[in-house]
Design a protein around this ligand. Structure first.
Ligand SMILES: [Mg+2]
Length: 408
């Protein structure tokens, strides 16, 4: 059985926010890679892996994936959280890669074998105007995509007003002043109007979703879900912030709009009640952030018993290794619902030989042993822009007209 001899973290992408964990073994040429991507607290995750997890894992048997997961999870006594969990997730994904390579099988075969021929994905459509959004959706539909997320302008901008029109307080300045400010009533009106427009133009065939990004007060979220019911969304995403998940019960009692939630979840107690009480339809955890393939697979199994499906999160900032890890779980779980797409620039794809292909709305595994994806370290290093990687990153502060911060 292979013993872990070293663990290193490779920072790549221009921003240095893709953290590829490489776990080496004492078997010649046998290593695995995982994703510990972290957009903001990047350095903290690197330190957690290299300075904290690595010393206790050197010499451990790489085949003991579950035991390593359980003991690493509690190794600091305090557990869960976005830094700890993604560090653990990156190592866990790499251990599954090693196990697959040893077995000579793709990881999805080790998880029970395929339940489908390929993985359906949803596309991201947006437009500054309704016409531009419609055109973008049509371009995906014509290419064969069946599921499309619809955002009017940038995230949350459906509710953005020019500050001058919204009547700000006299003399408003830093840190409260913004050129454009968020208004909840405007948001709800515009999103309902957007789906009215899209259904009139496109009919009810395309499977459409929308991401609220948690901007609303709970009762406004209930109202939005009710008002969208006639437009038959495939799902409504992140309609509540994680702090207000008890309000899903109110939405459930009042409408049948399908609900997707979970990209910020890192603690089992955040998603367990929503699944076991059947308050959501799709769990949207990110595979690396939830604790890797081991935990994502358990979450999917748990969901099966409660009639909940998976819709693992990707989005624009995650890396090809995380997407590949999600794809393996997607392939093997019967109650898979949909996979969020992610596309990468050609130079980024070149740095990850074996990267799965997305064509006409389907993600295809390549059937190589393990994850089937590798990292070309020279090309990965060339992507990095050291100046950008050194700069701290924070989530943008959207604010209301009086200066109140809106949940991102
Ligand atoms: Mg989201």
């Amino acid at each position: 059985m292979p013993k872990i001899t070293d663990i290193k973290v490779i920072r790549t992408r221009a921003t240095g926010t893709w953290l590829v964990v490489k776990v080496f073994t004492d078997q010649p040429g046998l290593y695995g890679i995982g994703s510990a991507h972290e957009m903001n607290a990047t350095g903290a995750v690197v330190a957690a892996i290299e300075e904290w997890f690595k010393p206790r894992l050197i010499g451990r048997d790489a085949a003991h994936i579950e035991d390593i997961w359980q003991t690493t999870f509690t190794s600091g006594y305090w557990r869960s959280g976005p830094v700890h969990n993604v560090a653990l997730g990156g190592i866990d994904i790499a251990l599954w890669d090693i196990k697959g390579k040893e077995a000579g099988l793709p990881v999805y075969q080790l998880l029970g074998g395929p339940c489908r021929a390929a993985v359906p994905c949803y596309a991201h459509a947006h437009g500054a105007t309704l016409q531009a959004l419609e055109d973008d959706i049509r371009s995906y539909l014509e290419d064969g995509w069946q599921y499309v997320r619809c955002q009017y302008g940038a995230y949350g901008s459906e509710g953005m007003l020019p500050a001058a029109d919204a009547k700000p307080p006299a003399g408003i300045g830093a840190p409260f002043a913004r050129d454009r400010v968020f208004d909840e009533e405007t948001y709800v009106q515009n999103v309902v109007g957007m789906f009215g427009y899209l259904r009139e133009k496109l009919g009810y065939g395309p499977k459409l979703t929308h991401d609220v990004h948690e901007h609303l007060r709970p009762n406004m979220a209930v109202r939005l879900a009710k008002l969208l019911e006639p437009y038959q969304l495939f799902f409504l995403e992140d309609v509540l912030p994680p702090e207000q998940i008890a309000y899903f019960r109110h939405i459930r009692q009042q409408c049948a709009t399908p609900l997707a939630m979970g990209e910020l979840f890192t603690n089992v107690q955040e998603y367990l009640p929503l699944i076991s009480e059947r308050l959501i339809d799709f769990i949207r955890v990110r595979v690396s952030k939830v604790g890797g393939i081991t935990q994502a697979n358990k979450v999917a199994h748990l969901c099966e018993f409660f009639g909940v499906q998976t819709a693992f999160q990707e989005g624009g900032n995650t890396d090809p290794v995380n997407q590949t890890a999600a794809m393996h779980v997607d392939m093997a779980r019967w109650n898979f619902g949909i996979q969020e797409e992610n596309d990468f620039r050609p130079a980024e794809r070149d740095a990850f030989p074996g990267i799965p292909v997305i064509e006409h709305g389907y993600l295809y595994p390549n059937n190589r042993p393990g994850l089937g994806i590798d990292i070309d370290e020279e090309k990965a290093a060339a992507l990095l822009e050291p100046e950008r990687a050194r700069r701290p990153r924070y989530v943008a502060e959207d604010r209301k007209v009086d200066g109140t911060a809106v949940r991102p």
